[in-house]
Design a protein around this ligand. Sequence first.
Ligand SMILES: Nc1ncnc2c1ncn2[C@@H]1O[C@H](COP(=O)(O)OP(=O)(O)OP(=O)(O)O)[C@@H](O)[C@H]1O
Length: 319
Amino acid sequence: MTRNPPPPGASPPSVQLAGLRKRYGGVQAVDGVDLVVAPGEVVALLGPNGAGKSTTIDMLLGLTRPDSGEVQLFGRSPRQACTAGLVGAMLQNGGLLPEITVGKMLAAVRALYPRALPTREVLARAGVADLADTRTDRLSGGQRQRVRFALALLPDPDLIVLDEPTAAMDVTSRRAFWASMRAWAAGGRTVLFATHYLEEADAFADRIVLLRRGRVIADGPATEVKALVGGRTIRATLRGLDAAGLAGLGRLPGVARVEGRGDAVTLTCPDSDAALRALLAAHPAAEDIEVVGAGLEDAFVALTTDDATDPSARQEITR
Ligand SMILES: Nc1ncnc2c1ncn2[C@@H]1O[C@H](COP(=O)(O)OP(=O)(O)OP(=O)(O)O)[C@@H](O)[C@H]1O
């Protein structure tokens, strides 16, 4: 990552995280995250429960102080960037003002920003114009989320940060939400969003940052990360395989993860062709060989959960 100042005239990155760490008691929630997001990028922070997505986002926004490391947004501290109205955020537990209509709430919050979009425009952009006269305590879970999205759009920010934005939405609301978001981002704005869903990251982001146990384990274009996690599974019977032999399978080319149960082994493979050749070379007596396509979600879960037989096998996908 670049820690030098940008050349004169170049715009600074929208987000620059360097060596970010945060520990809660015995849990290392974030363990050395480096990330640079350029203006106009749409980045998904992807990872299972507890991977450190929300903690990273809270530090990025200046809501949680890192134990060590640095955060810069547009070359400024998070507080300076937020005060200047450069950043809009939609967090998991953000509240809405009670006993007031959506329209009135947006107008009240709008007055706090140095520059802000007209309330009517924000209602339309967030797809909640029909909720302007609805009281905030009468909104459904999905509607609340979309109103919170409207709040995030109010300052007309250059960067929007969303922590699991579609968590309470049904399929129709999800689609409508992403359509609004796409239209907003099309103007060259930067978007960083956290999600558990690989499909959602793939559909919307042009770059995926995969987190596991507070660390970045993959970072690249959605297509590359998908290829990394969306491989195939090889199953085979290897008679008399011991623990060392099982660990050895995890080191074969093209293999990301290995599981063994008795004589039956299952290999999760980003490159099943290379893995199969290597498997047959190492174990010519292998029997009952099957190669099956892994669903993207299944492969993602396999690569990011903590119950792998041989943790060293997963180092192959670390960049
Ligand atoms: N305030 C806190 N106090 C103690 N532990 C915390 C706190 N916040 C987070 N953690 C722990 O830090 C780890 C990372 O949590 P974090 O919420 O950042 O993960 P996440 O990827 O956002 O998960 P989820 O998808 O469930 O929201 C977890 O083990 C969590 O229990």
